[in-house]
Ligand binder design. Structure first.
Ligand SMILES: O=c1[nH]cnc2c1ncn2[C@H]1C[C@H](O)[C@@H](CO)O1
Ligand SMILES: [Zn+2]
Length: 355
């Protein structure tokens, strides 16, 4: 699978504040006067993020975001990070990406939420333009996150709807899972639903089935951010027979997309290793599985590197890469005709040419 970087890929779960280039973190710290970085050496900083995030706990993993958010408190910084994000994804062969971030984390120096959103959108547009100049076509959609530990979800959901014609395609809640069940934000999810707007929920990562069940049955999540712990509702007996519990069946029957992020799951302790990641079984059972990066800086990964690692662990080939890619495109929050266009005119022809 030498050509993985050129293969068209679709990414649904990638955090803007988890994907900065280490060099950009150092340069923005210098420019904006952020003094908290553990080191100003670019290579060392890249290693520091990966090691610090490799903690086995979601809460410690999340602590590393203080530094990325710390250097993203101006409009220029936000626009730069957003443009580079799109450039890097396009360079890795991503043709459609939904990139998420929490606007409320970027108001420490007085920016309004609206200014944050406008600066990021400007950056995404600039990134698409640079990619095109470089011969790469990529489309980006934005997901606005609310942080579970704050109480601003309704306000953020309102912004997601207000900016729906300016590039925002959906809403999410992120942050620590244990102690912050998704039902705390029911008003925000209801607001999204009555406005016919889309949302996903981080669930089933640091916490188990109860969180997934609430996200789907009480909140109405269309997709699950991670959702990897759905494996706890699947029993494999010693003779290899597999039995799905009612929640796992529901998730599979309703084709609820799982935004799986293998490297991130290993770092936060949600999976023991890539080789033992539930993605192998979930794919075999034909759940609507998608492959994602989560945080490219903290995991030192890309879509290509995630696919390469999965190919090695599970023997996946081009057939599976195409299947994951079409699964993701089907599950995107853009209009049906646009999803179909990318599937039929970009993704399928490329993989068909391989055969
Ligand atoms: O894997 C994750 N689970 C929960 N929250 C996360 C994860 N990765 C990043 N975040 C948080 C940290 C970021 O500051 C926030 C918005 O992108 O989302
Ligand atoms: Zn995430």
């Amino acid at each position: 699978m030498k050509d993985l970087r050129n293969a068209p890929k679709v990414l649904l779960h990638d955090h803007l504040d988890g994907g900065l280039r280490p060099r950009t973190v150092v340069e923005l710290a210098e420019e904006t006067g952020y003094e908290g970085l553990p080191t100003a050496d670019v290579d060392e900083l890249g290693r520091w993020f990966r090691a610090a995030a490799d903690s086995g706990s979601l809460v410690s993993y999340l602590e590393t975001f203080a530094h990325t958010c710390g250097v993203m408190q101006t409009e220029a910084a936000l626009a730069r990070v957003a443009a580079e994000c799109v450039e890097d994804l396009a360079d890795d062969g991503v043709v459609y990406a939904e990139v998420r971030y929490a606007p409320e984390l970027f108001v420490e120096r007085g920016l309004s939420l609206d200014a944050v959103i406008r600066a990021v959108q400007e950056g995404f547009t600039e990134g698409e333009r640079r990619a095109e100049a470089n011969g790469k076509r990529i489309r980006t959609g934005t997901l606005l996150c609310a942080m579970r530990q704050h109480a601003r979800a309704l306000e953020i959901a309102e912004l997601a709807v207000r900016y729906r014609d300016a590039g925002v395609v959906g809403f999410d809640i992120a942050g620590p899972e244990a102690g912050f069940p998704p039902t705390r934000n029911l008003d925000a999810f209801e607001y999204m639903r009555v406005n016919n707007a889309h949302f996903t929920i981080h669930a089933g990562e640091a916490f188990g089935l109860a969180s997934i069940w609430e996200a789907i049955q009480h909140c109405g999540a269309e997709r699950l951010g991670h959702g990897v712990r759905i494996i706890d509702d699947i029993k494999t007996s010693s003779d290899g027979e597999v039995e799905l519990g009612r929640l796992a069946s529901y998730v599979r029957d309703r084709r609820i997309p799982l935004e799986l992020c293998p490297s991130s799951n290993v770092q936060t302790g949600a999976a023991p290793s890539i080789a033992d990641h539930p993605i192998g079984l979930l794919a075999k059972l034909r759940f609507r599985v998608t492959v994602n990066t989560d945080n490219r800086l903290m995991s030192g990964c890309s879509m290509s590197s995630e696919f390469a690692a999965l190919a090695e662990a599970f023997g996946f080939g081009w057939k599976e890469v195409e299947w994951f890619t079409i699964n993701a495109m089907k599950s995107a929050f853009i209009d049906f005709d646009q999803r179909l266009d990318l599937i039929n005119n970009v993704i399928k022809p490329w993989y068909a040419d391989l055969r």
